[in-house]
Design a binder for this molecule. Structure first.
Ligand SMILES: [Zn+2]
Length: 316
C-alpha cells in the first residue's frame, strides 16, 4: 500500500505543475509580444493541420485570425470549392491570398484565412503605411486600418510618435478587405446572383432550340444592376453585337503576361467606349435582356489571346 501522504504529495505536485507551468509559458509569450518591431508572421497564428471537411465553414466563426490549409481536389475550381465548403464570400480572398490567376492543379495546398481580405508577403522592407497604401481598403481606412492590421496579425500596437518601424521582408501579413489583382472576378460587387447556365460546348439553346455551344456563363440578376469589369483592362468593344445584344469586351493582361478577354452581354446600358482603360471598380454597364435572351441576366464570357472561349470557372 502506498501511504496516503505520498498520494497527497503527488497530487499537490501535479496541481502545482498544472498552474505554474502555463503561467511561465504565458510570461514567455508576453515578452515575445512586447518586441517593438514586427519580426514576421507568428507561426502560432497558423492552423497547420488540414481541417476535416465540415470544419471549413467553422473557421470563419473563430474570433481570431487563423489560416487554414486546404488541398485542392481533382476537377475543383475556386468557385465550386467555395460553394461546397460554405465559404461563398471567400473566392477573392482565396485567389488573392494564393496569387491565383487560374484554377490551381489538384493537390495544390491553398492557404485560406478566416477573414475577408488577403495574405500579403512583404518583398522589400517598408513601413506599414507604405505597405497598406497600395490597397484601396488601406487608403480609405487610414490610421484605423493600420491599427486593424496590427491587431488582426497579433502585433503590438506601435508607438506612432516615434520613428516608423519597417515591416521586414519575408513577413506575411493579413490585410482585411484588401485584394491583390489576381485572376478574374465575377463582374459584380457581391455574390448575389444565380448561375442559370454554365459554359457548355454542347448546349441546346433555350431560345433557338438547336445545339449550340454556350461560350460563357449566365448570371441572373435584377434588371439594371451595376456591372463591373472582371479585372482592370482596356475596352476593345462596346456596342450592339447580334445575339449578345448590348455587349462590352475588355482586354486584360494577367500577372504571367497572358492576355484574356472578358465579354459582358445582354446589357441594358453601356457606360464605356472602346479604347477606354477601366479599373476594377469602374461601373461599365447595367444588367439587361437585350439580344437573344429570355430574361434579365448577364452573359459573361472569357476568351484567350486567340479569341477562343474558355470556361470562366478556370479563372474565377
Ligand atoms: Zn449566355
Amino acid at each position: 500500500m502506498v501511504p496516503v501522504i505520498w498520494i497527497r504529495f503527488f497530487v499537490h505536485t501535479l496541481i502545482v505543475l498544472m498552474v505554474v507551468v502555463p503561467f511561465f509559458q504565458h510570461l514567455e509569450s508576453e515578452s515575445e509580444a512586447s518586441s517593438a518591431i514586427p519580426t514576421g508572421f507568428r507561426p502560432h497564428l497558423l492552423l497547420t493541420r488540414a481541417l476535416p471537411e465540415p470544419a471549413m465553414d467553422q473557421i470563419v466563426k473563430l474570433d481570431r485570425l487563423v489560416v487554414a490549409r486546404y488541398t485542392v481536389r481533382p476537377y475543383e475550381d475556386i468557385y465550386t470549392l467555395c460553394q461546397r465548403t460554405g465559404l461563398k464570400q471567400y473566392a477573392y480572398t482565396i485567389r488573392s491570398s494564393n496569387d491565383l490567376d487560374e484554377t490551381p492543379a489538384a493537390g495544390t495546398v491553398l492557404k485560406i484565412p478566416n477573414r475577408i481580405g488577403t495574405l500579403f508577403d512583404v518583398k522589400t522592407p517598408q513601413t506599414l503605411r507604405e505597405l497598406i497604401s497600395g490597397f484601396e481598403a488601406g487608403r480609405q481606412g487610414g490610421p484605423s486600418y493600420e491599427q486593424d492590421v496590427l491587431h488582426l496579425n497579433d502585433y503590438p500596437v506601435l508607438d506612432f510618435g516615434g520613428p516608423r518601424p519597417q515591416v521586414k521582408a519575408g513577413t506575411t501579413l493579413f490585410l482585411p478587405n484588401a485584394y491583390k489583382p489576381t485572376g478574374l472576378a465575377f463582374p459584380f460587387k457581391d455574390m448575389r446572383f444565380r448561375v442559370t447556365s454554365g459554359f457548355n460546348p454542347k448546349r441546346r439553346h433555350p431560345v433557338l432550340g438547336v445545339r449550340r455551344a454556350h461560350q460563357g456563363m449566365d448570371l441572373a440578376r435584377p434588371y439594371g444592376d451595376p456591372v463591373y469589369p472582371s479585372r482592370s483592362g482596356t475596352v476593345t468593344f462596346a456596342g450592339w453585337q447580334g445575339g449578345y445584344g448590348n455587349m462590352i469586351e475588355i482586354r486584360h493582361v494577367m500577372r504571367n503576361g497572358r492576355v484574356r478577354y472578358t465579354r459582358y452581354g445582354h446589357l441594358a446600358s453601356i457606360l464605356v467606349h472602346p479604347g477606354q482603360h477601366v479599373g476594377a471598380g469602374k461601373l461599365i454597364g447595367r444588367v439587361g435582356s437585350t439580344g437573344i435572351s429570355t430574361g434579365p441576366h448577364l452573359h459573361f464570357e472569357v476568351r484567350d489571346e486567340n479569341g477562343v472561349a474558355r470556361n470562366p470557372r478556370r479563372s474565377l
